[in-house]
Design a protein around this ligand. Structure first.
Ligand SMILES: [Zn+2]
Length: 319
């Protein structure tokens, strides 16, 4: 294991790129199948890859990430169905995430694992929310539990943390944890790792704050403004990164939601033939994909949150 860890970063990166492309391919399966209503259609493990349009099984060499899509020029080999650009996009993004990971976090550490897992989940959730307005429980509920569980090692081995300088040196201050056998599950970005209290508060507030906002919205508009999936998304992000980051994600994600989401929903409302009343009254019926907004701002908060917060307080404080 330690020999593997001593390979140069670019070699880790190259290996992880290939692995990430395959994981991205699985991401497409999750995005397509998890929002389905029929439980049999939701099976992401046993069912082989098939064309969603004509159900023809996909040949293994057509299923190679990115290259299969390029080779087929974006069309199903059997029926000519246009394969959405989302497929190579998800594969490419996941490949990039994996390839970038050893440059951002020391490979093999727990913060690296957390970053990869959260990053992949955010890619999948961005696209289920974008295409189906849905954030599947099958992904989000286990992540809430996992975020809390990942705070356990520091409680079991409290003396095992020692601070090291991470890659980049600019914003990372990673805690590396050594269990006596290997330098592994390590930690955190800024100072102390996320404690179980911060993770628990993140999960509870992450669910509670938007639930409260929704209760107010419902009292005013008589309709749900925020979906339940959005609460759960904030809950697992809170469990992973602590309540401070969760609040940052909540507030920062409202900016793209207001700038992009409201005009988008107004446009859909204006075009809706079944709309009753004014365009503004139709706004509530057109859900905003808030999960997309949260997914987009999360990396900003994770990497630059404290800096952004200080800059914001500096602006408020004036001089
Ligand atoms: Zn087909």
């Amino acid at each position: 294991m330690s020999i593997l860890l001593e390979f140069p970063t670019w070699m880790h990166s190259l290996f992880l790129l290939c692995f990430g492309l395959l994981v991205g391919s699985f991401g497409n399966v999750l995005i397509h199948r998890l929002p389905q209503e029929d439980p049999e259609e939701r099976d992401v493990v046993r069912k082989g890859s098939h064309c969603p349009a004509c159900k023809t099984p996909i040949k293994p060499w057509h299923n190679v990430p990115l290259f299969g899509w390029l080779w087929l020029r974006g069309r199903c080999a059997a029926c000519g169905w246009r394969i959405p650009f989302r497929y190579p996009l998800v594969e490419g993004l996941t490949g990039l995430l994996f390839a970038a990971s050893p440059w951002l976090f020391p490979i093999g550490t727990l913060i690296w694992f957390k970053g990869l897992l959260a990053g992949f989940a955010l890619i999948v959730l961005f696209f289920t929310d974008f295409t189906e307005f849905m954030l599947p429980d099958a992904i989000q509920l286990p992540l809430i539990a996992l975020g809390l569980l990942l705070t356990l090692p520091q409680m079991i081995w409290p003396d095992a943390f020692r601070p090291i300088r991470g890659a980049g040196d600019l914003f990372l201050n990673v805690e590396l944890w050594h269990n006596g056998l290997q330098p592994a599950p390590g930690w955190h970005l800024y100072g102390a790792p996320v404690t179980w209290r911060e993770a628990l508060a993140g999960a509870v507030l992450g669910y509670g704050v938007p639930a409260g906002m929704n209760a107010i919205y419902r009292a005013l508009r008589k309709t749900d403004g925020i979906g339940m999936g959005d609460f759960k998304m904030l809950a697992w992000l809170g469990a992973f990164w602590g309540w401070q980051a969760m609040l940052g994600i909540l507030f920062l994600s409202t900016v793209p939601m207001i700038l992009l989401g409201v005009p988008f929903a107004l446009l859909k409302s204006a075009r809706d033939p079944q709309r009753e009343g004014s365009v503004w009254e139709g706004l509530g019926q057109h859900m905003l994909p808030w999960g997309c907004g949260m997914a987009a701002v999360t990396p900003l908060v994770i990497f630059f949150g404290p800096g952004l917060w200080e800059a914001y307080m500096g602006l408020l404080g004036g001089r």
